[in-house]
Design a protein around this ligand. Structure first.
Ligand code: APR
Ligand code: ZN
Ligand code: ZN
Length: 361
């Protein structure tokens, strides 16, 4: 039987979000209904509300979530009813040219639920990133559910579904940070601090955090930054060279999405070093770099989609590290809030005071 639940919806561009009654269909073939236990508030939810992603209003927001599988449709074999899962927004298809090449993390045809959740009057909803988890229950493709150890609290586990995974993955998957490497991270929000945390668990010898906000730099130290640079006060490229015997870092990670900080990352790396872009630029931005430096310094300039993660490989592994006390995920949870406080959480996010507000249901 289809059911009705409460959820947080962005009805129109720029308007405050509101609580709405949502119809959740029974899961069809390949689908699952998940009872949401927690969901983090991410910048992408705010971008949806502002019309910055597309115009397919109304949006059912929320996408950094953990919960329990309530029901499954025909042919679902990834999960069973009762599994404790983290939701991902890149359920791989297994059949596109990237999947067939053995690189499912780049899948070019990721999928979501085929059926639509709707408002009470039947208006179809667009779930944020194909999830829509600021809601008591949501309908997803079963491949969007990754089972993890239920000992991990939902408000912590859910964060791996988006920003924290993007940052950790930028370091360990895309940047391939390994034991002894030196790393610089530009931007110490949720994503940048996760890149710092990822570098720490990978065994980096120096982790240099760059931001323009001293409070963020203090947080960065709590995640494992060994050095900090306030780039309003000091030239970050010179400081980073100073911390690395004049050489620059093995891996420079840009977690803001600005041309000037990308350039700083570019000039901060050592010969044969790697630059990783995980911040998301605006479409109109351009960068200009001396061509000879691209060739002459060697190494690699890489971008990181969702931390190049493979949920089935990375979510359970990171949850295990967390449960062993080796990965600080709790530090990302600035506050837990009720479902009806998402709009207020957006304002706090714009103020810059929090890493993550997490809705607990
Ligand atoms: N130089 C250095 N730091 C900066 C600058 C700058 N010019 N501008 C902003 N920052 C810092 C902010 O002070 C903040 O600490 O970058 C950080 C950005 O953090 P958040 O706004 O919390 O963003 P976050 O959620 O971490 O996402 C960062 O990654 O996934 C993408 O879309 C996301 O582009 C965004 C980026
Ligand atoms: Zn694929
Ligand atoms: Zn997100």
């Amino acid at each position: 039987m289809a059911q009705q639940v409460q959820g947080v919806v962005a009805m129109a561009k720029g308007e405050p979000v509101s609580m709405q009654t949502i119809n959740i269909p029974d899961p069809g073939p390949g689908e699952a209904v998940v009872a949401i236990q927690a969901c983090g508030v991410c910048h992408t939810d705010l971008h949806y509300r502002e019309g910055g992603i597309n115009d397919e209003f109304p949006f059912l927001l929320g996408h950094e979530a953990a919960g329990v599988v309530e029901s499954i449709g025909e042919g679902v074999n990834q999960v069973v009813v009762g599994d404790y899962v983290i939701l991902n927004w890149r359920a791989v298809c297994g059949q596109c040219r990237s999947c067939l090449k053995g690189k499912p993390q780049y899948c070019f045809n990721t999928h979501n639920a085929a059926q639509k959740m709707t408002l009470e009057d039947g208006t179809e909803l667009s779930p944020a990133l194909g999830i829509g988890a600021f809601c008591e229950k949501t309908l997803v493709a079963a491949g969007q559910c990754t089972k993890v150890d239920r000992d991990a609290k939902p408000e912590v586990a859910g964060l791996l579904g988006c920003g924290v995974m993007a940052g950790i993955g930028a370091a360990i998957n895309t940047g391939e940070v390994s034991r002894g490497d030196t790393v610089a991270v530009f931007g110490c929000g949720g994503v940048g601090n996760a890149a710092i945390e990822g570098s720490r668990i990978a065994g980096a010898s120096k982790i240099i955090a760059v931001d323009i906000d001293d409070a963020k730099l203090e947080l960065a130290k709590s995640f494992g930054a060994t050095h900090t640079v306030n780039s309003l006060e000091t030239d970050p490229v010179e400081s980073i060279r100073g911390f690395t015997d004049g050489n620059g870092v093995d891996v420079a990670i840009e977690a803001i999405g600005l041309p000037q900080t990308y350039e700083q990352a570019f000039y901060s790396r050592d010969l044969a070093g790697t630059v990783v872009l995980v911040g998301v630029p605006h479409p109109e931005m351009k960068i200009e770099l001396p061509y000879i430096e691209l060739f002459g310094r060697g190494g690699a300039l890489k971008s990181s989609w969702y931390g190049d993660c493979l949920p089935s490989r990375d979510f359970p592994m990171l949850i295990d590290l967390y449960l062993q006390g080796r990965l600080n995920l709790e530090g990302f949870v600035s506050e837990t809030i009720e479902l009806d406080a998402v709009e207020e959480a957006f304002r706090k996010m714009e103020g810059g005071g929090v890493l993550r507000s997490v809705v607990v249901l």
